[in-house]
Design a protein around this ligand. Structure first.
Ligand SMILES: [Zn+2]
Length: 214
């Protein structure tokens, strides 16, 4: 706590963070996106990736596209099951199955893509895992509070986040765990929950935070 209070730049960061978070919340709940002023220093959605000038903006663009891909793949799986007349009896089982399928679609054949594209397996895996974590955080924010604990038809958000964020993935030293813990701490802050624990590494932090969401 002392280290935090000695950080002179923290006030400004806090202000930025809160203003971004409240803009995102207003956008999510507005009847039309035109009614909410878009922050000047953030590129508009749909911008051409090649026109983005910083690596930070380009990676954000990629992560948003990949998180959207996860959501579309989940819906695509519903359509596949329906067309093949293979929908499970229980809706809950179908929802969980679509998440697992979409995750596998993005994570299972990275080695093929790595050898075709010449990029490193570890870097691609880290980026895709980050996109899944971002997708999970977005789904959490878009899910009304009363639906977050799940129902007979839908898995709880904790189960969905667990399926999307944990499991075989990047090594403990990967920046993925730092990224995912920041997203989760953001959820805890926005919902006014305290973080009463100390952990030794970011992977343990992520796993602990996901469990605390239950
Ligand atoms: Zn679904």
């Amino acid at each position: 706590y002392q280290a935090l209070s000695e950080d002179d730049e923290r006030g400004l960061l806090e202000m930025d963070y809160r203003s971004r978070a409240s803009t995102a919340e207003n956008l999510a709940h507005a009847s039309s996106v035109e009614l909410v002023a878009w922050p000047e220093d953030i590129p508009e959605p749909g911008a051409n990736r090649e026109q983005l000038t910083t690596d930070q903006h380009k990676s954000t663009f990629d992560l948003v596209c990949m998180a959207t891909a996860f959501v579309l793949l989940h819906e695509f799986r519903h359509v596949m099951l329906d067309a093949d007349e293979k929908r499970p009896e229980a809706r809950l089982e179908e929802e969980a199955g679509c998440d697992v399928w979409a995750r596998a679609f993005m994570m299972d054949k990275i080695d093929k893509y790595a050898s075709q594209s010449g990029s490193s397996f570890v870097a691609i895996q880290q980026k895709r895992a980050m996109a899944l974590a971002l997708g999970a955080a977005i789904l959490y924010d878009l899910t009304p509070e009363y639906d977050r604990f799940g129902s007979t038809d839908y898995p709880s958000m904790a189960d969905r986040i667990h399926a999307m964020v944990t499991g075989p993935g990047p090594a403990q030293s990967s920046n993925f765990w730092l990224f995912a813990s920041c997203l989760l701490i953001g959820i805890f802050r926005r919902t006014g929950q305290s973080l009463p624990f100390v952990v030794s590494d970011n992977e343990t932090l992520v796993i602990t935070l996901v469990e605390q969401l239950r």
